[in-house]
Design a protein around this ligand. Structure first.
Ligand code: DGL
Length: 290
């Protein structure tokens, strides 16, 4: 149950599950957002988005956006690349509050490849739906093709889900298995990649594992995400709309982040454990039947 008084002047952040928590960490780290309060909604019942039908996910995302606006939040952060790729334009048409979306870091990766890269090739790890989307294909045309940079797009089916496995050993085994499959650059030749883009917010949690796997192949490749850029964009939008909270509006910094999800209360407790492992932040968890 969410209390209206708590929501007033707060920001809604959402994703299919725990991926967007990595973005929430970036929002909380930005000093300019120190007086903001965040409510994070995980649509865990429908995880993973990336392996489902585009129509189903599109409709679901619009429902969530309207639901969050109706609750009374002052701004909405889409902490999900898949949701952005499928529905950010439509969300902006139907809700009146400022909407901040996330996008794979193609542009900075292209800059690295263009200026320092030897092989003019980047790789993007994202969900199947993101890679299939028109928005993603347009991004590649806009930033990579114009600069004659090759893009290897890798749809990592099952990877987001594996990051949410509760049992640690099983989780690590599954992640390892999938990374061996998806980072099998022998198919592409790792020496021909100048930068890797994490185009799904879940994958930010396994950046060390990705880095280690590439390192084994004797290659230090920059691995990029856009969490900080989202935080800066949120700050800019709050200022533009004159809705940035004033100093000391949060009496207790421990009460800054709330997390709600539509899976059973028992499962929420489990999710809380995984999230605490990942985010190392004080977050208040509760169940919401949406
Ligand atoms: N974390 C999401 C993204 O950034 C979605 C992952 C999923 O549910 O498939 O794309």
């Amino acid at each position: 149950m969410i209390y209206q008084s708590e929501i007033k002047n707060s920001i809604a952040v959402f994703d299919s599950g725990l991926g967007g928590l990595s973005v929430l960490c970036d929002l909380c780290k930005l000093p300019e957002l120190a007086n903001e309060k965040f409510f994070y909604f995980a649509d865990s019942k429908n995880l993973p988005y990336g392996d489902k039908s585009a129509k189903f996910i599109f409709e679901r995302i619009l429902q969530i956006a309207v639901f969050l606006e109706n609750l009374g939040f002052k701004a909405l952060v889409i902490a999900c690349n898949t949701a952005t790729a499928l529905a950010a334009d439509e969300i902006r048409k139907i809700v009146k509050i400022p909407v901040i979306a996330i996008e794979p870091a193609i542009k900075p990766a292209v800059e690295i490849s263009k200026n320092q890269g030897e092989h003019k090739t980047i790789a993007v790890l994202a969900t199947n739906l993101t890679i299939q989307s028109e928005r993603y294909q347009n991004l590649i045309k806009k930033y990579a093709i114009t600069e004659k940079i090759n893009v290897i797009s890798i749809a990592c089916c099952g990877l987001a889900e594996s990051i949410e496995i509760l049992e640690k050993t099983q989780q690590q085994q599954q992640i390892n298995l999938l990374l061996n499959k998806y980072l099998n650059f022998d198919n592409y030749n790792v020496n021909f990649v100048d930068a890797i883009v994490l185009g799904c917010t879940h994958y930010i949690w396994i950046k060390p594992q990705i880095s280690e796997k590439l390192h084994k192949k004797n290659k230090q490749i920059p691995i990029l995400d856009t969490g900080k850029a989202v935080a800066l964009q949120l700050y800019k939008k709050l200022v533009e709309n004159n809705i940035l909270n004033q100093k000391n509006s949060i009496s207790n910094q421990e009460n800054k982040c709330y997390f709600f999800s539509n899976i059973s209360p028992k499962k929420i407790a489990e999710l809380n454990l995984v999230a605490n492992n990942l985010a190392n932040m004080k977050i208040h968890f509760f169940h919401e039947n949406f």
